[in-house]
Design a binder for this molecule. Structure first.
Ligand SMILES: [Zn+2]
Ligand SMILES: [Zn+2]
Length: 232
């Protein structure tokens, strides 16, 4: 019996005990295997959602021959475009590296549109998450934008999937903005308290996920102030 190699990135990581989930045969625990399978599917939808945010080229109008003014086109957010490309590229690179590790031909890409390749790569990876967990550090240019070759292991690629999924959610506005709240978490004693923009009555700790109501938060802070003798 060992601990999940994802460490602090493990899906059941306990920040109080600093322990990741336990596992027997696989380098990653069962919770992380399930999470990776789920996230691969979600990345497929992230790709589609991000595509919706990229404005389409306006159809050429026959009524007007005049050239459109440069300002008449909706501005394109390059970050969305780059993020969408990075998702497709990471899935392709991961499937390619895994195919090399397993010694098979991979999902069989030929001339394929990017969106279709995303689906094909997700299907390939989804059934091979336990194999991906065993994949040793593999040299690839993992970052589309820098072209720098570095070596990532299978579990490190899984962390990259999580990161891309989180960035996509944020870009699509699905994650509420988090506001930092002053004070220390009463449970783990770390200044990591946050409040979601859409639910100001609930305060939670980013470290140990301890959640409390606004009253409990205020009461906890008062105790701290009284202890340090600076209550007004
Ligand atoms: Zn784990
Ligand atoms: Zn905490």
């Amino acid at each position: 019996m060992t601990f999940c190699v994802l460490g602090a990135n493990c899906s059941v990581y306990d920040p109080m005990q600093r322990l990741a989930g336990v596992t027997r045969a696989s380098p990653i625990c069962e919770g992380c295997t399930n999470r990776c399978e789920k996230q691969l599917h979600l990345l497929k939808y992230d790709y589609l959602d991000l595509s919706q945010l990229i404005p389409a080229n306006p159809a050429p109008s026959e009524a007007k021959i005049a050239r459109p003014k440069p300002a008449s086109r909706p501005p394109m957010d390059m970050n969305i475009y780059v993020l969408r490309g990075q998702i497709a590229y990471t899935l392709f690179t991961a499937a390619d590296a895994l195919a090399q590790f397993l010694g098979d031909t991979g999902p069989g890409w030929r001339d394929m549109r990017e969106g279709y390749a995303v689906t094909v790569n997700v299907s390939y990876l989804h059934y091979r998450v336990p194999d991906l967990a065993r994949m040793p550090r593999t040299e690839r240019a993992w970052d589309l934008q820098t072209d720098v070759v570095n070596a990532l292991s299978g579990p490190e690629v899984m962390v990259l999937f999580s990161l891309l999924h989180r960035r996509a959610r944020k870009a699509c506005g699905l994650d509420a903005k988090l506001i930092t709240v002053p004070g220390y978490c009463p449970k783990c004693n770390v200044p990591s308290l946050r409040r979601a923009d859409d639910n100001p009555g609930k305060i939670s700790c980013a470290g140990c996920r301890h959640a409390m109501s606004e009253q409990d938060y205020l009461a906890a802070q008062r105790v701290v102030f009284t202890r340090s003798g600076c209550e007004t």
